[in-house]
Write a protein that binds this ligand. Structure first.
Ligand code: GDD
Ligand code: MG
Length: 360
């Protein structure tokens, strides 16, 4: 039994001004006609095959986005959705979110393989994606904690890095996991050629995850269990106890558990390589990378007129944008804010959001 889980409670500050607290990036349509969240849900729905039964997804999101989650799920499902939606009163990062999904999965008395996926990525080769995840599921059914690895092409510091032992099996043994290394370390890993990026997807039996968390972070395990025990539910949503939830230490799956697993005899951690045109749409530069572009490398969304521009992204939502003579620039227009940035500085947009938060 396979239980898809979409963790969709992040805030996506580097995609300001399109991504806002009330409407963060995973719910935006950045390319094509589906939001990133809808794309994630669609990919997981295709997992079922002869030997794999797949349940309706569980979504773990933020209370503030509950109607976005429901509306967007219904839109792709043609009106109705059987998804279970777990709502967090505040973000405590991904380890508690994944734990809520595991506790919920345990309710039915089964011990499904959770396929936990972020809601902020794109994949161009869906068939290759499906095949890799199915392999991961088969390895996880046997008790392994499986992650999906991407061949790196730049010294990105926003990802986790995996060193794995290629023994010819589908699921390689993970020897080392390093979350978000500094620039010099990332450059060393890239040059070494033997490291993969962590895609952020986790494939593991609910019981195996709960045991690993209990072992490495019993504080998070206990606090999340207390919040789950105090839950309330209505027809559409399940809510962990608010006061209890606020006590949970905020930590990501990567720091709380993954970094600590390699070399331990009691947790078998494995990696399946994923070659499917994977991209994390973390910042505007990545959006430009995956967008359809004209011969000069320009991408436009909405009403834009460009003249003598190259490698530039213009995203207009409510007004016409004209651009002349721009090279490697990002322009994002919304009704109340406009961003103009050097494309190579896309990561720094988060500082503008930081300043805005201090103002208010
Ligand atoms: N429910 C919930 N609650 N979801 C959350 C929370 C939370 O508090 N915080 C983040 N998320 C969701 C985000 O919406 C996103 O879909 C996913 O969890 C991952 O969180 P990010 O904050 O985007 O993580 P990251 O990009 O810094 O790092 C992770 O992903 C990388 C690949 O994109 C790590 O797993 C890295 O190791 C990995 O390389
Ligand atoms: Mg991310």
């Amino acid at each position: 039994l396979v239980q898809p889980v979409i963790i969709a409670g992040g805030s996506g500050t580097r995609l300001w001004p399109l991504s806002r607290a009330m409407y963060p990036k995973q719910f935006l349509v950045l390319q094509g006609n589906r939001s990133l969240f809808q794309q994630a849900a669609g990919r997981l729905a295709d997992l079922a095959c002869e030997d794999l039964t797949v349940t309706a997804p569980t979504v773990v999101g933020n209370e503030e986005h509950r109607f976005l989650v429901l509306d967007q799920l219904r839109e792709v499902a043609g009106g109705q959705t059987a998804a279970k939606v777990l709502l967090e009163p505040s973000g405590r990062n991904t380890a508690p979110a994944m734990t809520l999904a595991a506790l919920q999965a345990g309710e039915q008395g089964a011990d499904p393989v959770l396929v936990v996926t972020p809601a902020d990525q794109t994949v161009t080769d869906e068939a290759a994606f499906t095949e890799a995840v199915r392999q991961a599921v088969r390895a996880a059914a046997g008790g392994a904690f499986v992650i999906l690895g991407i061949r790196p092409d730049r010294p990105e510091t926003g990802f986790g890095y995996i060193r794995a032992d290629d023994t010819g099996e589908a699921a390689h043994k993970v020897l080392q996991f390093v979350e978000k290394p500094d620039r010099a370390t990332a450059e060393r890993y890239l040059a070494a050629g033997s490291y993969f990026w962590n895609s952020g997807m986790f494939v593991v039996r609910a019981s195996v995850w709960l045991r690993a968390l209990q072992q490495f972070r019993p504080d998070i395990a206990a606090a999340t269990q207390a919040a789950w025990a105090a839950r309330s539910a209505d027809a559409s949503f399940v809510r962990p106890g608010k006061a209890e939830f606020a006590q949970i230490p905020a930590e990501s799956v990567d720091y709380a558990v993954l970094e600590k697993c390699p070399g331990r005899a009691d947790v078998e951690i494995r990696m399946v390589p994923l070659q499917a045109g994977w991209s994390d749409l973390g910042a505007w530069d990545a959006v430009w990378q995956v967008s359809d572009k004209d011969g000069a490398g320009n991408a436009t969304v909405g009403d834009a007129l460009m003249r003598d521009c190259s490698d530039t992204l213009v995203h207009a939502t409510s007004r016409l944008v004209g651009a002349v003579g721009l090279d490697n620039v990002v322009v994002v227009e919304t009704s109340d804010a406009v961003l103009v940035a050097d494309r190579s500085r896309s990561q720094d947009v988060k500082h503008i959001v930081g300043e805005l938060q201090q103002r208010s």
